[in-house]
Design a binder for this molecule. Structure first.
Ligand code: UD1
Length: 375
């Protein structure tokens, strides 16, 4: 058998690393190839991840770059089709919920090539979120669906997915986290490299902010309100803010750069994986609109305030350290004050977030291939 693996954007990279490692250890060996769609192309969004995580060099980079959702998705499809024709794999494996995930799954399904989806079944029930559309559609055309938490099973069954296709294996991103925790870059080094050794968060504790969802950063008024709230927080606890390129551009274009020039707020370029892990590990609190960080903070036992009105990862709220605060300054500040007062929710590690998810996936794929991809 042979598996063609697909990555496109930053949150895909850390998921693919342990999957390819586990598939590579199967006996007899599977032929693996890796396609990078090029959805993310900046060095900081790319190379640092591939190198740090030991992901094999992609066999092919489709170099699609940025564009509207339609253009980006269409370009991936157009460029992926001949690659699939040439490689003729037993199956295509996609992860997560980015445009590249749906685009490649769709090309494969239409050609009768079985699709494996890792991180299936997550639902925010918010169709204004582009990733929600990608999740629903990818799952509908997938043959083998690996879920990270039990909510995924209910969601998929409700949408008519046959139960035998669904496998609860846990969270591959936590495999990566556990494997790399010891290698996390300490804050002191991050500050030194950035030329900000004097940043106060170094001794006094700090919060970390990440922001990139269109719903938070594309409307200047919403973005300003969020940043105002962050400034209020920074007066109580210094804030480190590694900025996604989309967010950086929006802040510049909306003239919000000036208001961020305060000593309690440290702006940084996007961080590599091991840097981000170092920042998160010792943070007093994370403020984020990322999906992955909600899970990573739960695994690390670090309090997380999610700057969205919903989450597709409810286990992080039910069992983990996550609090959903939306964009409302009152709610965000209340959640922050509560964490400063009590240390935040203790939380526990969800089932199968034990560093072995990729092994379970490889075993299931092996059996499935032996059975002629029947499920
Ligand atoms: C994508 C994913 C999102 C994921 C995020 C993580 C979709 C629908 N969204 O959003 O789920 O959480 O990645 O980062 O697939 N840009 C650069 N350099 C790059 C990449 C992007 O400068 O390497 C800028 C471009 O201006 C681009 C913008 O960021 O227009 C948005 O990039 P895009 O890949 O379309 O979506 P993300 O917002 O990164």
């Amino acid at each position: 058998g042979s598996i063609l693996c697909v990555v496109g954007a930053r949150p895909n990279f850390m998921k693919m690393a342990p999957i390819m490692a586990a598939l590579g250890n199967l006996r007899p060996p599977l032929a693996l190839s890796l396609v990078h769609t090029g959805q993310h192309y900046d060095a900081v969004m790319n190379h640092q991840y591939f190198e740090a995580l030991g992901i094999p060099q992609p066999d092919i980079n489709l170099e699609v770059g940025s564009g509207s959702h339609a253009i980006q998705t269409a370009e991936v499809m157009r460029r992926f089709e001949p690659v699939l024709d040439a490689k003729r794999p037993s199956a295509v494996l996609v992860v997560g919920d980015v445009n590249s995930t749906l685009a490649c799954a769709l090309v494969a399904a239409k050609k009768g090539v079985p699709v494996i989806h890792v991180e299936a079944g997550l639902r925010s029930f918010d169709r204004a979120m582009p990733e929600e559309i990608n999740r629903i559609l990818t799952d509908q055309i997938s043959d083998l669906l690996f879920i990270t938490e039990s909510s995924g099973r209910e969601n998929l069954l409700r949408e008519g997915i046959v139960e035998s296709r669904i496998h609860f294996v846990g969270n591959v991103m936590i495999d990566t986290l556990r494997r790399n925790l010891e290698r996390a870059v300490p804050l002191s080094k991050i500050l030194k490299d950035a030329g900000h050794e004097d940043f106060m968060g170094g001794n006094a504790g700090y919060a970390v902010l990440t922001l990139h969802r269109p719903s938070n950063v594309d409307d200047p008024a919403t973005l300003r309100t969020l940043l105002d709230t962050v400034l209020k927080i920074s007066r109580k606890l210094p804030v480190i803010f590694p900025m996604h390129p989309r967010t950086h551009a929006m802040i510049k274009n909306s003239g919000l750069e000036e208001m961020l020039k305060v000593p309690e707020l440290l702006l940084l370029p996007p961080m590599g994986y091991l840097e981000m892990l170092g920042l998160m590990k010792n943070a007093r609190v994370m403020l984020t609109d990322s999906g992955g960080i909600q899970e990573e903070t739960t695994a690390l036992g670090v309090p997380c305030i999610t700057l969205r009105n919903n989450t597709e990862r409810p286990i992080t709220v039910e069992e983990g350290t996550n609090t959903i605060a939306g964009q409302d300054p009152v709610k965000i500040l209340a959640a922050f004050d509560e964490i400063m007062r009590s240390g935040g929710k203790a939380g526990r590690i969800p089932e199968f977030w034990d560093g072995q998810a990729s092994i379970r996936i490889a075993t299931a794929i092996h059996e499935w291939l032996e059975n002629g991809c029947l499920s």
